[in-house]
Write a protein of this length. Structure first.
Length: 266
């Protein structure tokens, strides 16, 4: 069809996305904390060694659009992550954890996929764990979503508190399973890489409720993350009697700060 032809034309003109692969491992807790902290500038990562031996491992493989990652961290760990450059879906092979630790905490465990908060920083806590993650480049997923809302590419607001259904989970896992060998093979053609990347992106858009929000470039700045979180909270709970004060409280800012920011950027 037309879309396939367009994709083939793109693949003929564009260079193949470079294979990205990395691995780190060791047995020193302080080294592990330093290396996990360095994954994203601005990360606050802390850990406490428990009884028994400690041996960590973190690896990733993929391309500029989608990377598959795994993390083995056999110690309690917690902290805060900055606004991530990707949309991230994760699941536990062992252990459990929580994000937005506190009054709005969202817990997860087992093999059911869950989404990390996007567009803002967030706190986290986990016990000793083995975790798999799929990172999708933000611009790539937003451009894919534009196929559905038929507008310009713009930030997506996911409801990371909603658990996907078994049917949605199965469809997403099939997409990731089909994409995995292609993403790990340096010989994969650019057309095939793009096809499986789109497969994962589209399946992810079917996994959790989402909508697009036309934030301005200034509103997307990291310093505006709390204001964005409050606005997203209002969008998520549009079907409930939520007030701006409730949204401001959920984002950890005052109602006055939220009102001034919204007026300034209207």
């Amino acid at each position: 069809d037309g879309r396939a032809a367009d994709l083939a034309d793109w693949a003929a003109e564009a260079p193949a996305p470079a294979l990205r692969r990395g691995h780190m491992a060791g047995t020193d807790l302080d080294e592990a904390v330093a290396r996990y902290t360095a994954l994203y500038p601005g990360t606050d990562f802390r850990a406490a060694k428990g009884p028994g031996d400690f041996s960590y491992r973190y690896s990733f493989v993929g391309d500029e659009n989608v990377t598959l990652r795994s993390s083995v961290f056999p110690a309690e760990h917690w902290g805060r992550l900055p606004m991530l450059p990707d949309y991230v879906v994760a699941w536990w092979r062992e252990g459990s954890g929580a994000v937005d630790v506190g009054s709005h905490e969202v817990r997860s465990n087992g093999s059911r996929p869950f989404l990390l908060p996007s567009g803002r920083s967030f706190s986290f806590r986990s016990g000793p764990a083995v975790q798999n993650l799929v990172h999708i480049d933000a611009a790539f997923l937003e451009e894919t979503a534009a196929e559905l809302h038929e507008g310009r590419s713009r930030p997506l607001v996911f409801d990371h508190t909603r658990a996907p259904s078994p049917e949605q989970t199965s469809a997403w896992r099939r997409a990731v399973g089909e994409a995995s060998p292609v993403l790990q093979d340096a010989a994969s053609s650019p057309l095939l890489r793009m096809q499986v990347g789109l497969l994962v992106a589209r399946a992810t858009l079917q996994l959790f409720p989402w909508h697009d929000v036309p934030f301005s470039a200034e509103m997307r700045a990291p310093r505006m993350s709390a204001v964005r979180a409050a606005i997203e909270y209002l969008h998520h709970h549009a079907d409930r009697p939520i007030t701006p004060a409730d949204a401001a409280r959920a984002a950890g800012i005052s109602t006055r700060v939220l009102q001034l920011a919204v007026r300034r950027h209207e």
